[in-house]
Design a protein around this ligand. Structure first.
Ligand SMILES: [Zn+2]
Length: 333
């Protein structure tokens, strides 16, 4: 029986590896919208304890802290990581992540990013094929941050539905189902669909660059639904675990892949937790985790860092000359 199990595991592992062609280094990025570092590092907030049943209080990102934190670098505790935009609002912050600096965007209605983003540079300079760069996002506003010319990329951003015969039927079905199972808030699909599409794509196409952008957490926060917010974070803990185990399963491709996980902004403290915008806490109380190829296994670190370093770090990891300062504990040998 034991031998049979080993043979089955080998077969599953072999089939996963066999579908992946290693074309060079790869980067996967996951962003979780509006997640405070107190929930990420410490768990449920004592200020809101009465909203959470006693057994549910405490650590939230349990799998992450138990199995993954030590296998990479975790930045942002003690307010040591800051966002790069001048306001802690989604679109300005995403534009700053993608361009490496604050743009003139001040709110979610500022329109298309006006300069090349990390994805624009990667696609142009590495001459990536259409399937090698894929972006999945729950919130429709992401379209204004990921590229100066979004039509040049393969985007799976709500509400657009990509209809390509070259896509697996699972992804096509998830896109359709998401449109008939929309969340209580507007302008987004549920994260469940976005994530499942993204991870399915990762397994099928082994892209050079994959970005998954999730938003449920921020919507529960905006709605003053602390239990809903905590539940979304627990699901994200599971997603981080699944991304890492999927990359491990993908063999040599996974070994050549770096993973970055972060949030676009934090939120206010205590009663002000529902808002972010111009709250100082929302600029500083953010986090970043990186693991995989080129990332040192140092765990929690207090280095002073910023979202402005994400773009240069991805450029460096992908073999391009970084335009800006690379994050610490990142070194490709
Ligand atoms: Zn946001």
């Amino acid at each position: 029986m034991k031998l049979l199990c080993v043979l089955i595991l080998f077969a599953v592992n072999f089939s996963a590896q066999a579908t992946c062609v290693v074309k060079g280094p790869n980067v996967v990025m996951l962003t979780l919208d509006g997640v405070r570092n107190q929930e990420f590092f410490r768990g449920t907030d004592s200020f809101h304890r009465r909203k959470i049943a006693r057994p549910q209080r405490g650590s939230i990102f349990k799998k992450f802290w138990k199995d993954h934190a030590q296998n990479g670098v975790v930045l942002g505790h003690k307010e040591s990581h800051t966002i790069a935009s001048q306001v802690a609002i989604s679109l300005p912050s995403y534009q700053a992540i993608m361009t490496g600096h604050a743009t003139d965007c001040r709110n979610n209605s500022c329109g298309q990013v006006k300069e090349d983003t990390i994805f624009d540079r990667l696609q142009k300079e590495l001459k990536l094929s259409e399937k090698d760069l894929a972006i999945f996002a729950s919130w429709q506003g992401m379209k204004f941050s990921v590229s100066k010319l979004p039509q040049d990329h393969q985007l799976f951003i709500y509400p657009d539905t990509v209809k390509s015969e070259s896509l697996p039927k699972e992804i096509l079905e998830l896109q359709e189902k998401a449109m008939s199972d929309l969340p209580a808030w507007k302008e987004s699909r549920k994260d469940h669909y976005t994530f499942e599409m993204g991870i399915n794509y990762l397994e099928k196409f082994c892209p050079r660059v994959l970005y998954i952008s999730l938003v449920d957490s921020d919507e529960f926060g905006n709605a003053n639904d602390y239990p809903g917010y905590i539940n979304s974070l627990k699901i994200y803990d599971d997603y981080i675990d699944r991304l890492i185990s999927t990359l491990e399963k993908l063999g040599a491709y996974g070994e050549q892949t770096s993973l970055i996980v972060t949030t676009d902004h934090s939120r206010g403290e205590a009663l002000r937790w529902t808002s972010h915008g111009y709250d100082d806490n929302a600029n500083k109380n953010v986090f970043l985790f990186a693991t995989g190829r080129g990332i040192k296994k140092v765990g929690k670190e207090k280095a002073k860092t910023s979202h402005s370093q994400i773009k240069p770090t991805i450029e460096y990891l992908m073999g391009l000359k970084p335009k800006g300062e690379v994050l610490p504990f990142v070194e490709v040998k």
